[in-house]
Design a binder for this molecule. Structure first.
Ligand SMILES: NC(=O)c1ccc[n+]([C@@H]2O[C@H](COP(=O)([O-])OP(=O)(O)OC[C@H]3O[C@@H](n4cnc5c(N)ncnc54)[C@H](O)[C@@H]3O)[C@@H](O)[C@H]2O)c1
Length: 435
């Protein structure tokens, strides 16, 4: 039974199902399809299912023509439910793992998908969870549901965790050339999962358990959150010391060993860094253990939007402009440069604060033409000289590469640059305040 599955994996005749066709699931489905596997996506959003079936791409890391080609050749399709997905050999789960309002894990999507799939578990299948989550999810939450029909993991079917590490928008590291970690609920599962991932990914690193693989991923994101908090704290201190944090960091990072670059900013955003460490924090509490670094990093990173607002008021005050009379142009609402993803974006949190303060605020973002979040719906304004000159202040919150920052600095009354995007701008430096 194991050999049959391994053979299907090795000769690419295994039928692969990807549950969750988002930033992680769709690029993965395309990568598997390009290797010749028949891939079916399951997503509960009808719109996404329809788009895939029409060969229309909606994820920036996926190439439009590659997706269309796979759909045309019948190698990729999408459905709403497992009932319509056909006979599946390998199920990869890449559904969201958000936090509740109280910063506790919300595993609803993982649990839902696992329950919906449970009636379709059969001998000789591999089920691999890719969603980021706390150590123990695969074994403690998924396994009992998958085994509820009577079949047993390791003996009848195989279960693994292989965290996705994709960095959306990264031109160098994609699904294919980013080393992947994999852990099984037992050695049989690890064998099968290792064989499966090795087909499409250049380097696969096995670890001893699914739990260890889960911890690898949350640790990686905790590492980033803590280091970003460290440089954010340095930015707050430099503000008090009247020092330029960017100059200090640039000089520090010239040391060729023992340090690595992280940069401050208006806060952390996206689906990973602000959320994942709290999965670990929550799990640690169950063991009566406090993850002090995670708590502290979260506190510091969440302080940044408020600090940026304060800094903006200081600049306006120096011109004698009250916030309620101010006109501000926000540059960038995406959480990260060169992406159109606004999830958990600190820019939007800051925009909301400005609106509450009575500021007349507009935004420009070449990657986000409009957004609607909480009580605010806005559209990106074309970046014209007139638009810039009408503002009391321009706030750079996301440092997209395709913006002409010299043009901005030439026409802006003043710029508050929270990303050092104006690093190479030579004109009107006296009108630029850095974070
Ligand atoms: N985006 C990233 O950069 C990134 C990187 C590494 C890991 N991750 C992790 O991967 C997981 C997925 O993240 P994402 O960014 O791809 O999310 P996403 O929101 O882009 O995509 C998730 C997809 O799952 C679908 N979905 C939700 N519930 C479902 C259900 N019950 N049944 C079927 N489909 C369902 C949604 O409609 C959506 O299309 C998360 O755990 C995330 O933390 C994300």
């Amino acid at each position: 039974m194991k050999q049959t599955l391994l053979e299907k994996i090795r000769n690419h005749t295994a039928r692969v199902c990807v549950a969750g066709l988002g930033y992680v699931g769709l690029p993965f489905a395309v990568e598997k399809g390009k290797m010749g596997f028949h891939v079916v996506g399951v997503d509960n959003k009808q719109e996404r299912v329809d788009m895939v079936n029409r060969g229309i791409n909606f994820i920036s890391d996926v190439k439009d023509d590659e997706l269309k080609d796979l759909v045309d050749r019948g190698l990729l399709s999408a459905v709403r439910s497992f009932e319509d997905a056909g006979d599946i050999d390998v199920l990869v789960i890449a559904v969201p793992t958000p936090l509740t309002k109280n910063l506790t894990p919300d595993l609803q999507s993982i649990e839902n998908v696992t329950r919906l799939f449970a009636p379709f578990v059969r001998r000789g299948q591999l089920i691999s969870l890719e969603s980021t989550t706390y150590p123990g999810t695969t074994e403690e939450i998924m396994l009992p549901i998958l085994e509820s029909g009577g079949l047993k993991a390791e003996k009848d079917f195989f279960v693994a965790h292989s965290p996705e590490r994709v960095d959306p928008g990264n031109p160098h590291y994609t699904t294919k050339n980013t080393t992947k970690v994999v852990g099984g609920v037992g050695p049989e599962s690890l064998d099968v999962a290792y064989a499966f991932y090795s087909q499409t990914i250049e380097h696969v690193v096995p670890v001893s358990s699914a739990k260890a693989a889960e911890l690898v991923k949350v640790f990686e994101n905790t590492f980033r959150a803590v280091n970003i908090a460290l440089v954010n704290e340095l930015a707050l201190l430099c503000d008090r010391m009247n020092l330029n944090v960017w100059e200090v960091l640039d000089a520090a990072f010239t040391k060729p060993f023992g340090i690595m670059p992280f940069y401050p900013g208006p806060g952390v955003g996206g689906h990973c860094i602000p959320l994942d460490p709290h999965y670990l924090e929550w799990k640690a509490k169950e063991l009566n253990f406090s993850t002090h670094f995670i708590t502290l990093a979260g506190e510091i990173n969440r302080m940044m939007p408020e600090f940026v607002r304060l800094k903006a008021w200081r600049v306006l005050n120096s011109f004698g402009v009250a916030p309620s009379q101010a006109k501000i142009l926000v540059m960038g609402v995406a959480y990260k440069k060169n992406l159109g993803d606004c999830r958990e974006s600190p820019s939007i949190e800051i925009l909301e604060m400005l609106v509450k303060d009575g500021v007349q605020v507009v935004y420009h973002d070449p990657f986000v033409s409009e957004f609607s979040q909480n009580a605010i719906s806005m559209q990106s304004q074309p970046l014209t000289q007139d638009l810039i000159e009408r503002q009391h202040l321009v706030m750079i919150l996301t440092d997209h590469s395709n913006v002409d920052y010299t043009f901005l600095a030439t026409h802006a009354a003043h710029i508050l640059d929270t990303r050092n995007a104006t690093r190479n701008v030579a004109v009107n430096r006296e009108r630029i305040t850095l974070l």
